[in-house]
Design a protein around this ligand. Structure first.
Ligand code: IMP
Length: 211
């Protein structure tokens, strides 16, 4: 139990990527879908960092596991930063969200189609204390048509110029090398040796239930 963390998410795409990136570490990675009574999570704030902290703290307190939350999204300057922290909520499905984005950018010329993904990761212990915050950002452009089948979310319309491919055309390994989530997790992993001892301490020093 000491080396278990729960990822504060039910997003299968995110969880898959986080598990891939943490595969080599002595860490059992659970998601909210592995728990019988997962907490309801909200993203009430206008910043990724606040939402990530909220999700990590709520999950750690409710589950008794150290919790890692990822708040991430797509920022499009030509749309005044939209969809931003509302990336998962502008429509009901990935396909509809992509349609929303392409429709919103219908009149945006090629030289103004720059965009970036942001990821903020926050780890919280079971008392609600934040153990660390890590960030990643990747810049690209928004295509006019979906391209590729891999990944999730807005990947089919996010072109990564150095590879001339969308995230949905890349292998998962390549996306993890360059993505916002990959960057944040690499920074997290660098701190992991220290954090693992902190996780052990936190869980073992927790009072038994009811005290
Ligand atoms: P949230 O962090 O749960 O609010 O959701 C973030 C949303 O941003 C996801 O549901 C996706 O729509 C989008 N998103 C975040 N990261 C990625 C990514 O790596 N690829 C594609 N879309 C992403």
């Amino acid at each position: 139990m000491a080396n278990t963390i729960v990822v504060a998410s039910k997003n299968a795409g995110k969880i898959r990527e986080i598990r891939q990136l943490l595969a080599d570490f002595p860490l059992q990675v659970l998601s909210l879908d592995d728990l019988s009574d997962p907490p309801e999570l909200t993203e009430p704030y206008p910043s990724f960092a606040q939402n990530a902290a909220e999700k990590a703290v709520t999950t750690a307190r409710a589950t008794g596991y150290v919790a890692l939350a990822d708040d991430s999204g797509l920022v499009v300057p030509a749309l005044d930063g939209a969809p931003g922290t509302r990336s998962s909520r502008v429509a009901a499905t990935d396909g509809e969200r992509i349609k929303w984005l392409l429709d919103a950018m219908d009149q945006v010329p090629a030289d103004k189609r720059n965009a970036y993904f942001v990821c903020i990761m926050v780890l919280a212990d079971i008392t609600g204390q934040i153990l660390g915050t890590w960030r990643g950002r990747v810049d690209g452009t928004i295509t006019t048509q979906p391209q590729g089948e891999a990944g999730f979310g807005y990947d089919p319309v996010f072109l990564y110029p150095p590879d001339s491919q969308t995230f949905a055309e890349m292998t998962p390994e390549r996306k993890n090398q360059v993505s916002h989530r990959g960057q944040a997790l690499k920074a997290f992993v660098q701190d992991l040796p220290d954090i693992l001892s902190s996780i052990t301490t936190n869980i073992n020093s927790a009072p038994p239930a009811g005290e």
